[in-house]
Design a protein. Structure first.
Length: 96
């Protein structure tokens, strides 16, 4: 876990250069996915960030999540693999 968090910090620093909001963790129970709950939970943050004129940044390790975040206006900024772990990670940014 230490390697994953350290690499996430490095990726964050390299992919998000301007002030922004950082969506560090969001999750929906598997049996509740596909019902709009993730978007509902995330919307107040996206609205507040946009009102402040700031982008939102996040990372995901699950390729399945890419479509969800793309649907909510995020774009992939960086794609990488965590050294020694091989775990894929995508850094994404949503402009206000």
């Amino acid at each position: 876990m230490r390697d994953v968090l350290a690499y996430g910090d490095e990726l964050h620093e390299n992919c998000a250069h301007t002030p922004h909001w950082y969506l560090w963790a969001i999750g929906v129970k598997a049996s509740s996915r596909g019902k709009g709950i993730g978007g509902i939970v995330m919307q107040p943050v996206l609205t507040s960030a946009s009102a402040a004129g700031l982008p939102c940044y996040l990372e995901t390790h699950n390729e399945v999540n890419l479509l969800f975040y793309l649907k909510h206006g995020f774009k992939v900024m960086c794609e990488s693999k965590i050294p020694k772990r091989g775990l894929r990670v995508w850094a994404m940014l949503r402009e206000p």
